[in-house]
Design a binder for this molecule. Structure first.
Ligand code: SAM
Length: 208
């Protein structure tokens, strides 16, 4: 019998390679899934894909070369696609209806290019997480809070488009919605602020 209690978060890898941003996002998803008693599956990986050691060290994590269509061919109706263009928002009841939650393994872009449409075409039932674009790890975090934590979408504390201040002169605005922590700060994967800062420094260096 399928285990309908344990939730699986699937990120279908859609970018050609695994950049450092995605790596940090996936590691955060893996560790949080582990802590929540859930599974995290990274699907559609190219055969030559090298899974980073830190990721494969998390027991809740599974790497899959097969795509989600093949993995869930027999039980498509149990998979919910988190889709910014879906007509209906995710609700705690969806935790009873679905056991797998599917996300696009795409870095956020501004303005959004709707690459989630690649998954929409496959015919999974879709749910939206509100009108604002989230990073992939935030989308998984919010989904878990709704379907496992039973918190309605509109009761989750968010921070939209936060400004990361690196020093007196340097700051950058993130064009996404994040979950707010107890100190009012956006929850981001470990190491992400440092990476953003390095990328911002590089962009400035490239100007000269
Ligand atoms: N700009 C993107 C696009 O091209 O579709 C959005 C990518 S977002 C960074 C990565 C994934 O997080 C999406 O494929 C979707 O599964 C999920 N996601 C992000 N924000 C969402 C929202 N407001 N509603 C539903 N899903 C969302």
């Amino acid at each position: 019998m399928p285990d309908t209690e344990t939730k699986t978060y699937i990120v279908e890898h859609l970018d050609p390679e695994l950049g450092p941003w995605s790596e940090l996002e996936y590691l955060a998803i893996a560790r949080e899934s582990q802590a929540a008693g859930a599974h995290f599956c990274l699907s559609s990986l190219p055969a030559e894909f090298q899974v980073p050691e830190a990721l494969s060290a998390v027991p809740a994590f599974r790497a899959e070369n097969r795509g989600v269509e093949e993995l869930y061919a027999a039980d498509k109706s149990r998979v919910c696609l988190l889709d910014p263009a879906a007509a209906k928002d995710l609700s705690p009841e969806d935790g009873d209806k679905f056991d797998a939650f599917l996300f696009g393994g795409i870095l956020g872009d501004d303005p959004p290019r709707d690459r989630t449409s690649e998954l929409r075409k496959k015919g999974f039932e879709g749910r939206r997480l509100g009108p604002v674009q989230m990073t992939t790890d935030t989308a998984v975090r919010v989904t878990r809070m709704v379907v496992q934590g039973k918190t309605p979408l509109n009761e989750i504390p968010y921070v939209d488009f936060p400004e990361l201040k690196f020093n007196e002169h340097e700051s950058t605005e993130m064009p996404f919605r994040y979950v707010k922590d107890d100190d009012g700060k956006p929850i981001m994967p470990e190491g992400m602020v440092e990476l953003i800062r390095k990328d911002a420094d590089k962009a400035i260096d490239d100007l000269f």
